[in-house]
Design a protein around this ligand. Structure first.
Ligand code: HEC
Ligand SMILES: [Cu+2]
Length: 346
């Protein structure tokens, strides 16, 4: 099993900033306040470093051993100095703690009128869903349209400018971490519980999202993006982006191919015979599959349907049961379209 690294531009994620030397954009309400705290701590560290290293160098010279029979009186302690070097840094630590705590409390308490968005982490894809706009996952191409390039199928979080947004996040497998550097927000996304993040975007544009908790082979390509839009365009854009249906004049197999891209099947199943995490779809339909329990069967419609809904019911010999279930995520018509698409991979 060889992990394939997909460079960020192939996944359609925007660059972090215009030049590698530029500072990050401060695109959320939290960003400037956090940067100030960060700069304060950095300056404090630099001053402490200069004082400590400076004193060391000075003492090295001043109190160096001058001759073989140097008889300087040993100094045991100096109460004033010791209290001073304990109390003064402690005061600074208390300032950092209180400042950080106030900032942390603010970042942990979303305003009541925040717009709710759900984020799901799954090896190795983020899924963005809006409770107020049920539909397909939110991707960067308009309407998940049939003519979208694969690079346009980046999971995309659309947020309105100057409106608070609360993310409720969970993972269906391992620990992931949702990180938007331009907003200075990051939170672990943990299986079996929900974690929250909130922010108000204050700058229009596209910003990258990373997974920052190592979650397996293709962790580095678990990317997404945030698009900040004027409030007036937001609802219509989200509605279009989550619309997922068989388009006029589209074949079932083509719809299936879109679903294969949109649902992240491509992360584990190739179409060219190469093995990734799961078996390739090439030549799958109709072939005799060896299962891990020693039995074998012909890969027909029912077997493929079951493989999608209950992947662990029958595990292909030589593979580990790593496939997530798509129960409740795909409608019947969509499973049929996927089967038609797999059938076409001769
Ligand atoms: C995280 C990786 C992963 C993802 C994502 C994934 N699968 Fe799988 N899939 C596997 C693995 C591993 C197996 C083999 C073990 C097993 O049978 O459960 C498998 C098996 C299958 C099989 C049976 C293959 C055979 O050769 O008999 C089908 C069909 C299938 N997957 C369809 C899908 C579809 C459709 C999607 C997307 C909607 C999908 N898978 C997404 C990992 C994945
Ligand atoms: Cu991850």
């Amino acid at each position: 099993m060889i992990a394939t690294f997909i460079p960020p531009d192939k996944l359609g994620t925007p660059p972090m900033s215009e030049s590698p030397w530029a500072l990050l954009p401060t695109a959320s309400n939290h960003a400037a306040a956090l940067d100030t705290l960060y700069v304060f701590i950095t300056i404090l560290c630099v001053i402490s470093m200069i004082l400590i290293i400076g004193a060391q160098l000075y003492f090295m010279v001043k109190y160096r051993k001058r001759s073989d029979n140097d008889r300087t009186n040993p100094i045991t302690h100096n109460t004033k100095l010791e209290i001073g070097w304990s109390v003064i840094p402690s005061l600074f630590l208390i300032v950092i703690f209180v400042w950080g705590e106030v900032q942390f409390m603010d970042m942990s308490s979303p305003p009541a009128n925040a717009i709710d968005v759900r984020i799901t982490g799954q090896k190795w894809q983020w899924t963005v869903a809006y409770p107020q706009f049920p539909g397909g996952p939110s991707l960067s191409c308009p309407g998940n349209a049939a003519d979208c390039e694969p690079t346009e199928k980046t999971p995309t979080l659309y947020v309105p400018l100057n409106e608070p947004v609360r993310l409720t996040m969970n993972s269906v497998d391992v620990i992931h971490s949702f990180y938007i550097p331009a907003f200075r927000v990051k939170k672990d996304v943990v299986p079996g519980r929900y974690s929250n993040l909130w922010f108000t975007a204050i700058e229009e544009g596209e910003f990258p999202v990373f997974c920052t908790e190592y979650c397996g082979d293709e962790h580095s390509s678990m990317l997404a993006k945030v698009i900040v839009l004027p409030k007036s365009e937001w609802a219509a854009t989200v509605k279009k982006a989550t619309e997922l249906k068989l388009e006029e004049g589209e074949t079932m197999a083509h719809y299936g191919e879109r679903l294969y891209g949109i649902n992240g099947c491509a992360a584990c199943h190739t179409l060219d015979g190469e093995t990734k995490v799961g078996p390739s779809f090439k030549g799958l339909y109709g072939r005799t599959e060896q299962l891990s329990d020693g039995s074998s069967l012909a890969a027909d419609d029912n077997y493929i349907r079951e493989s999608i809904l209950e992947p662990n019911a029958k595990v292909v010999a030589g593979y580990s049961p790593q496939m997530p279930s798509f129960q409740g995520k795909l409608k019947d018509e969509q499973i049929t379209a996927l089967i038609e698409f797999i059938k076409a991979q001769k």
